[in-house]
Design a protein around this ligand. Sequence first.
Ligand code: NZQ
Ligand code: ZN
Length: 387
Amino acid sequence: MQNFDYMTPTRLIFGEGVISQLPKVMSAFGKKILLTYGGGSIKKIGLYDKVKELLDGFEIIELSDIQPNPKYDPSVLEGVRLCKEHNIDVILSVGGGSVLDCSKAIAAGAKYDGDVWDLITYKVKAQAALPIVDILTLAATGSEYDSGGVISRTETNDKIGYMDPHLYPAVSFLDPTYTFSVSKKQTAAGCADAMNHIIEQYFCEDATLLNDGFCEAGLKSLMINAKKCLDDPRDYTARAEMMFACTLGCNGIYSLGNSPSGWPCHGIEHALSAYYDITHGEGLAIITPRWMTHILSDKTVGRFVKYGVNVFDIDSTLPPFEIAEKAIKATYDFFESIGIPMHLKDVGIDDSRISEMAHHIAVNEGLENAYAPLTQQDIEKILIASL
Ligand code: NZQ
Ligand code: ZN
């Protein structure tokens, strides 16, 4: 077991109706709020009006239209500008992971005199950030309980995940009823994203029994509850369990003491989203089984056996490689069964930029240090197999 040093300072307030605590929570940070949100889903579900009603008496400046795969230009730049111009005290992010990630970048940029891209690319280390409170409306990324944000810069095809301890949300409101309206497409993509977060941590050199059990339970919970959410979008229990399982995905708790894995599928998927602006969870679902097939070897087969037997109840007496292949097929079949398009061509990606993307990933993602090291040629093969 590896050494670790762990702290997640975020306060989670979970359950139906918890938003009534919003005024008290916000007043601890000040009166001037930057309210950030996306393309309008929060207005459709009445959450925007509710927030405005609860925060009557606060000074609210708004940044709307934050897109999925949030963009440095205009959203992050505009948010930083608004914070500086209005001397904002706290950011309130209302929406999914994209709104929250954008808000994190804004929070750091608001306390920095130079170009916020310096922080995102780690050229300069953030010294401070505005506090962030979020009301999550989509179960997927885990951004509500981690210190990371992922920002895209269209002109350079960059999609960069950056982490900084200043970027943990101070408070995350998690009311599962706000996810009732999430579409089938985004529900399935959110499930695939959260499952992949666990898979990325599970496939590593050195794991504990405790973490393996935790990961296996997380994967089962996500698979069972995502199907229930798709069958009945207003199933509170299923939405609630899915929301909590997603929340735990990226803050490290699934893999404390494990050796690092390199998060290879995320490294590959971020390039797909950067070049083609696809839905993150769909890209991951497409890549994951092909990555699994590519890395299956004498060295890795033991992890696949454990995964197959404990997550998919595959007969443990079968030969190891047969279990592994069944486990990979079960992973693919599950994603397909929840309606995810399982080929890159289904999401508008052809072979024309595969080599360019493989090069971009190899140069920027450091996957030669992953659990199963990946060269540019390996990445290209995985992308071609995903077509
Ligand atoms: O823009 P609006 O109108 O709000 O619509 C959104 C958007 O179109 C919609 N939506 C959100 N809540 C809804 C809803 N529609 C109906 N009802 C609701 N209650 O869903 C669409 C997708 O939203 P988005 O925020 O993009 O989805 P998600 O939460 O999956 O976030 C994806 C982004 O997070 C990054 C991804 O790369 C991607 O950019 N990630 C962030 C991570 C982190 N910070 O830790 C880790 C992840 O691995 C991931 O990379
Ligand atoms: Zn992800």
